[in-house]
Design a protein around this ligand. Structure first.
Ligand code: GUN
Length: 297
């Protein structure tokens, strides 16, 4: 079998077009422009690339983008003060503090200082609790992007066996909650899991979010399974240059899977598109306007 390639670039473009249409209508009919504030502390090169991309796509969707770049040695107190100012700013509907933060800053304290209604990452403890109990929450962007692609491909996911590799707060745990809500049978695996290959081999849906380059091999997976690869790993290619690979070995997995996301061009572009969706949702909630239909409840 040769897998269907799930085109995250194309899907995310459609999603961003839908968002832009909604934003346009909000501006015309309600005189409201959604605004996203992104805070970057320090000089991490990968974070700088992400933040630049977020700002660019926010503006392309017709929203206001507010970037706050702070030095590496910013104190936790100063960062919390900025978060509080953004919480009080009526022009700002969504707040994202880029992770990781420098070691001297307590990440949990900063995330939990964000107004949960503006927490477009869905990392605040209130949103985590709302998601876990099936209530209306902000849903973390990467798992939301994965879910939208899965539902587009399969329609109903009810009764499917889903195996998640990785237990992070950003991807693994919220992904499990979302798939449970879709009536999947969910297994979360991680670095200490015994018989990992055997577990992965039972899955109809595999979410690889472990951060280990090309760890999942084609002979691990059930023929016809859907493989969503969240990994973005920079490795040295045969020619000595750098190339991006996922957490699954694409060449062997794409021979066995029924459908697979490529790296790059799979999950990555969906994450930013979902951030724009969440910003639009936050704006609609704030102004008590109908929410866009793109978000599954
Ligand atoms: N760093 C890596 N992924 C993310 C994300 O989804 N949100 C934030 N805020 N930081 C990140």
């Amino acid at each position: 079998m040769v897998a269907q390639i799930i085109d995250g670039k194309l899907f995310s473009r459609k999603l961003r077009d839908q968002v832009a249409e909604h934003v346009n209508a909000l501006k015309k009919e309600n005189n409201v422009t959604p605004g996203l504030a992104v805070v970057l502390v320090g000089e991490d090169p990968a974070s700088q690339v992400y933040v630049r991309s977020k700002g660019k796509q926010t503006i392309e969707a017709g929203m206001n983008s507010y970037e706050h770049r702070l030095s590496e040695n910013t104190s936790e107190e100063d960062l919390l003060e900025l978060v509080n100012r953004l919480n009080d700013d009526n022009e700002v509907h969504g707040i994202l503090v880029q992770l990781p933060l420098p070691e001297h800053i307590n990440e949990d304290a900063v995330i939990n200082a964000i107004d949960p209604v503006k927490d477009v990452d869905g990392f605040h403890i209130s949103n985590v609790g709302l998601l876990a109990t099936g209530q209306n929450s902000m849903v973390p962007c990467t798992p939301l992007g994965c879910l939208l692609m899965l539902k587009d491909l399969h329609g109903s996911l009810s009764g499917m066996d889903a195996v998640i590799i990785g237990r992070s707060n950003i991807v693994g745990k919220p992904m499990a909650q979302l798939l449970l809500s879709e009536s999947c049978t969910v297994t979360i695996t991680h670095s200490k899991t015994k018989n990992l290959e055997e577990m992965v081999g039972r899955a109809d849906i595999i979410i690889a979010a472990v951060g280990r380059p090309e760890m999942v091999k084609g002979d691990w997976i059930k023929p016809g399974a859907t493989l969503i690869d969240v990994g973005i790993n920079r490795v040295e290619g045969n020619d000595g240059g750098k190339r991006l690979v996922g957490d699954a070995e694409f060449s062997s997995c794409s021979e066995i899977a029924g459908a697979i996301t490529p790296v790059p061009g799979g999950v990555g572009p969906m994450t930013i598109a979902c951030l724009l969706v969440n910003t639009l949702v936050a704006c609609c909630r704030k102004h008590k306007l109908a929410e866009p239909y793109i978000i599954p409840n």
